[in-house]
Design a protein around this ligand. Structure first.
Ligand SMILES: Nc1nc2c(ncn2[C@@H]2O[C@H](COP(=O)(O)OP(=O)(O)OP(=O)(O)O)[C@@H](O)[C@H]2O)c(=O)[nH]1
Ligand SMILES: [Mg+2]
Length: 223
């Protein structure tokens, strides 16, 4: 089961030093054209609401949320990046450094934002982001039902071709808030499962893990 922001009572009894050692941080970057709603989506996930007003992001805004997955508290560190070239060019290297997952966003009411995904993917590939780094595709602004330009079929075939999961949602519509959460939670679940395998491999290189323990790292994550 996945519980968002729970168990803090339990954790508060632990010393802060212990907590910082125990808490893993997953860096997730949110990429896409200016105005597609990256800031609103990340705000919805971390703050639980739709911001009244946003301005173009300059550089990057960090948003964090502690989530609990299978009893482990994980800090999801969301990097809300700038879509405008002039506000991002000095930051691009930082965006991609040690990234754990990438969220590509387009606006379902703006075909150009969908077409430009190819360029965003190329930028990502150009920064040596490993193929094992999960990527998802998000079509935002689904509440604007009478203005839709990008069909689900079109989006799905693009997502399939790039080995990405597709989410269509709205940062604005409160009924979609769970769907917005599931974008980040599914990535966190995936990373948790992936990383426990990684730890196992690292430990095995040291010769510290016996074969009997290896089977225990299999994840039961529902995502
Ligand atoms: N109707 C609707 N409007 C949205 C939604 N998400 C964002 N918006 C609006 O779209 C505009 C741009 O949203 P932002 O989140 O600032 O866009 P951004 O992708 O962060 O833009 P940059 O920071 O310039 O890269 C704002 O006016 C939002 O209110 C949505 O789901 N539905
Ligand atoms: Mg923004």
């Amino acid at each position: 089961a996945v519980f968002v922001q729970s168990s803090f009572r339990l954790i508060s009894s632990t010393s802060s030093l212990e907590l910082s050692i125990q808490t893993r941080i997953f860096k997730i970057i949110v990429i896409g054209d200016s105005n597609v709603g990256k800031t609103c989506l990340t705000f919805r996930f971390t703050g639980g609401s739709f911001p009244d007003q946003t301005e173009a992001t300059i550089g990057v805004d960090f948003r964090e949320k502690a989530v609990e997955i299978e009893g482990e508290t994980i800090k999801v560190q969301v990097w809300d990046t700038a879509g405008q070239e002039r506000f991002r060019k000095s930051m691009v290297e930082h965006y991609y450094r040690n990234v754990h997952a990438v969220v590509f966003v387009y606006d379902v009411t703006k075909m150009t934002s969908f077409r430009n995904l190819q360029t965003w993917i190329e930028e990502c590939n150009g920064h040596r982001v490993s193929a094992s780094v999960p990527r998802v595709l998000v079509g935002n602004k689904c509440d604007l039902v009478d203005q839709i330009q990008v069909s689900v079929l079109n989006a799905r075939s693009f997502a399939d071709a790039h080995n990405m999961l597709l989410f269509e949602t709205s940062a604005k519509d409160p009924r979609e808030s769970q769907n917005v959460d599931s974008i980040f939670m599914s990535l966190a679940c995936h990373l948790k499962a992936q990383k426990s395998l990684l730890y196992r491999d690292v430990e095995r290189e040291d010769g510290r893990v016996r074969l009997t323990q290896e089977t225990e790292t299999k994840s039961n994550c529902p995502c």
